[in-house]
Design a protein around this ligand. Structure first.
Ligand SMILES: Nc1nc2c(ncn2[C@@H]2O[C@H](COP(=O)(O)OP(=O)(O)OP(=O)(O)O)[C@@H](O)[C@H]2O)c(=O)[nH]1
Ligand SMILES: [Mg+2]
Length: 314
């Protein structure tokens, strides 16, 4: 059956979640960018008449920190609250092959009969710039019909997918006694996240100590408003409702249109440069000038339209 990309996009816009898997196939097919653009045009802020109401949540952190297990619990919590959820699990499989962690890795659990949940894994397998764009596009498409869209990525500091650029709220997840994140924060190597989560709180004192250390580091950085939550995702779960509330509180405090407009402009610039090279950026008169061009564009324009605007001037 032929699936018309514009029609798929229109179904997403109308809240038809059953169009999501086919829409993701269109987006993941990096060989047919026109189809993806046609689909995405239907869910752009201009087509929606404003920003997609979904909460875009980034969940990122070191391998094995407990992200997926936590998401099983969070998805359950959101479903209880009647919210539909899509999760894009970005799996840097190429980096992990043969790693001992693989055996220990949890999958996000959910009821397969529940059409209010969609879990999609994408392997990155070394496609750098392409993956970042594909993840952003997938999140954009899913934000039309789902209430919550999560992007799970492995990494600390700069991960392959710049979750910041895609998500409204970024939660960094660490396990007790993992010093990396603490050191990266203190050294300013890592951006201060919107929410910090210490997992495996059932381990007791080590989790409490990590929570205190992170709170102190944030205070020293002048970011004591950033919540640090300790959670346990195994039975009995603890702190999950509080985390869901903290994510909501962050989102409620955002100027959403402003954050997303800035994110779309940053994505357009990055993707334009990834595709056409630094020389194309120079042809525009440099990064500053390109940013100025983008800032003059209508805030409701989608990333594809912004990239076209850059191309037209280069
Ligand atoms: N005790 C305890 N173990 C946990 C908890 N959450 C996760 N784990 C365990 O930690 C291991 C890694 O959990 P995952 O959820 O796969 O971690 P992840 O961050 O998604 O890992 P990657 O996707 O491989 O980066 C698994 O063995 C989990 O069972 C928790 O709250 N308490
Ligand atoms: Mg995982």
């Amino acid at each position: 059956m032929a699936t018309d990309p514009s029609e798929l996009g229109a179904r997403l816009r109308d809240g038809d979640r059953s169009a999501a898997p086919a829409a993701l196939n269109v987006i993941e097919n990096r060989a047919d960018r026109e189809a993806a653009a046609a689909l995405l045009a239907e869910v752009s802020p201009a087509a929606l008449g404003g920003e997609a109401p979904a909460h875009l949540v980034g969940v990122t952190g070191p391998p094995g920190a407990g992200k997926s297990t936590l998401l099983s619990a969070l998805v359950g919590r959101w479903r209880e609250a009647g919210r539909t959820v899509a999760v894009l699990a970005v799996d840097p499989s190429s980096k992990r092959s043969g790693g001992s962690l693989l055996g220990d890795r949890a999958r996000i659990e959910h009821d397969p009969g529940d059409d209010g949940v969609l879990i999609r894994s994408t392997a990155t397998a070394g496609r750098l710039g392409g993956l970042a764009a594909a993840t952003r596009e997938a999140a954009e498409a899913l934000a039309a019909p789902f209430d919550v869209v999560v992007v799970e990525t492995v990494g600390v500091g700069q991960s392959e997918t710049d979750v910041e650029e895609v998500c409204d709220t970024v939660a960094v997840v660490v396990q007790p006694a993992s010093g990396d994140v603490l050191q990266f924060l203190k050294a300013g190597i890592m951006e201060v996240p919107d929410v910090l989560v210490v997992t495996k709180a059932d381990l007791g004192e080590p989790a409490r100590r990590s929570q205190r250390d992170l709170e102190q580091a944030l205070a020293a950085l002048g970011s004591s408003e950033v919540p640090v939550l300790a959670v346990s995702s195994v039975s009995p779960p603890a702190g999950i409702a509080e985390l869901a509330d903290a994510l909501d509180a962050h989102r409620a405090g955002l100027d959403l249109a402003d954050r997303r407009t800035r994110a779309r402009r940053a994505s357009a610039l990055r993707e334009f440069t990834a595709e056409h090279g630094e020389s194309a950026l120079r042809a525009l008169g440099g990064r500053r000038e390109a940013e100025r061009l983008l800032a003059a564009e209508d805030p409701s324009r989608g990333v594809a339209a912004l990239i076209e605007a850059l191309k037209a001037r280069a």
